[in-house]
Design a protein around this ligand. Structure first.
Ligand SMILES: Cc1cc2nc3c(=O)[nH]c(=O)nc-3n(C[C@H](O)[C@H](O)[C@H](O)COP(=O)(O)OP(=O)(O)OC[C@H]3O[C@@H](n4cnc5c(N)ncnc54)[C@H](O)[C@@H]3O)c2cc1C
Length: 382
């Protein structure tokens, strides 16, 4: 990955090289294509990340973690994104989305019992917020949790839940006070093996090694001790992780763009047309320049917000810009990659996979439309 480092430390460069070494060994290109074709979770690669200690990265030392900085995490996720979007999603759902809820908002049992298992790769997680009635309006969910003695009884439906089919636990949202808008929202830790939980794979355009799922909750009895935080206080807990999530989604897209350029360059510098290599055509060479500019712009935003987060700032505007710029550039760069490769780019293979993988970026984790509204609000124009 011979790309510019934005002030990366030697340790960060070593981390990047080390994780890529592991992934090249356990998840080579041929295996990625095979797993994608079979919609199979990258279990072996995930386990290898656990064995190498990488699942401990964001957690506090007191919980067995490595206390990585935001910049460390951005460097790490960029490397995962560069290698394969599906292994990035596998890491994100368990470690970032699920694990950080346990660390920041979980009770003692969740921290002492579950976090060490998660770090060891023995417990997988996912998060279920979106519902068929809507994902952007996360407070308008219909899933209900009613207190009944020592339990909550939960009924409802979640949709698009990445890796729910391989998760031991989901963090889900449910309404404990349906009349109170976002002030009636609570978070629960849901054991996926409980009676009344049904999980069904969906059929997505890309990232098929980390499938999205429908989750049906039919009178599921969840112990009251599995409430995360306090009843009706779920909304601020959801908001807490957004800056980091957006920064890491930007980092993942930046990694994917670097890979797209590499594949396109390997191909285009060999490919001949009209007696010359196609990179000699200015219209092709300029596409590479455009791809490099978009990639470096995304990286600049990503590592800049990582630095801001590490400095203790609350850069909502900047993380929203980073996420939008990186995911939208990723789509454009993937489109150019396919175009440079001509018919070969359109056929099933790594480039067409990267093209399909890129499409979800501006939809998931806060759509581009929602991000623009956040940015405009922070600018004071709304
Ligand atoms: C592959 C994949 C994986 C996912 N994984 C997860 C997961 O693990 N967990 C989870 O909870 N969710 C997950 N999601 C759901 C994702 O977060 C939602 O798809 C996303 O929030 C958008 O919600 P929606 O699809 O219901 O679209 P809607 O909210 O119905 O939006 C439809 C369109 O309207 C636009 N829109 C909505 N509101 C506004 C507004 N106020 N102003 C302007 N435009 C607006 C949107 O931007 C979008 O273009 C995943 C989605 C995908 C595709």
């Amino acid at each position: 990955m011979p790309y510019k480092s934005f002030g990366f430390t030697d340790e960060q460069v070593m981390m990047r090289d080390s994780v890529l070494g592991t992934l090249n060994r356990v998840l080579p290109e041929a295996k990625i294509l095979d797993l994608e074709a079979n919609s199979e979770y990258p279990a072996e690669a995930f386990q290898a990340l656990a064995e190498a200690g990488w699942l401990s990265l964001p957690f506090e030392e007191g919980h067995g973690g490595a206390a990585a900085s935001n910049k460390d995490l951005a460097v790490f996720i960029e490397a995962l994104g560069y290698h394969h979007a599906g292994i990035t999603s596998a890491f994100m759902t368990t470690v970032i989305y699920g694990g950080l809820h346990l660390q920041f908002h979980g009770n003692e049992w969740m921290k002492r019992e579950l976090l060490p298992k998660l770090i060891a790769g023995k417990l997988r997680m996912a998060v279920g917020y979106s519902e068929p009635s809507g994902g952007s309006d996360a407070a308008a969910i219909l899933t209900r949790a009613k207190r009944d003695g020592g339990d909550y009884v939960i009924t409802g439906q979640k949709v698009f839940i990445t890796n729910a089919h391989v998760a031991d636990y989901l963090v889900i949202t449910a309404k404990t006070d349906p009349e109170a808008g976002h002030k009636g929202l609570s978070l629960f830790l849901l054991d996926t093996k409980l009676p009344g939980v049904t999980i069904r794979n969906l059929n997505p355009m890309g990232r098929r090694t980390s499938l999205p799922n429908e989750v049906f909750l039919d009178d599921v009895r969840v112990p009251a001790s599995h409430l995360i935080g306090e009843e009706n206080r779920g909304w601020p807990l959801l908001m807490r992780g957004l800056n980091m999530e957006r920064m890491l989604l930007a980092a993942a897209s930046a990694g994917q763009m670097i890979k797209i350029i590499e594949i396109a360059k390997d191909w285009a510098t060999q490919r001949k047309a009209f007696g010359q290599t196609i990179t000699q055509f200015q219209s092709i060479a300029h596409k590479f320049a455009d791809m490099a500019m978009m990639t470096e712009t995304a990286r600049l935003h990503t590592f800049s917000v990582a630095d801001m987060l590490d400095a203790g700032e609350d850069p909502v505007l900047e993380t929203s810009i980073a996420k939008t710029v990186a995911t939208e550039h990723n789509m454009t760069v993937a489109d150019m990659g396919v175009q440079i490769m001509g018919g070969a780019g359109y056929m099933d293979g790594r480039m067409s996979q990267l093209y399909r993988d890129a499409r979800v970026g501006p939809i998931g984790g806060g759509s581009s439309e929602i991000m623009r509204t956040v940015i405009a609000k922070r600018m004071g124009v709304i």
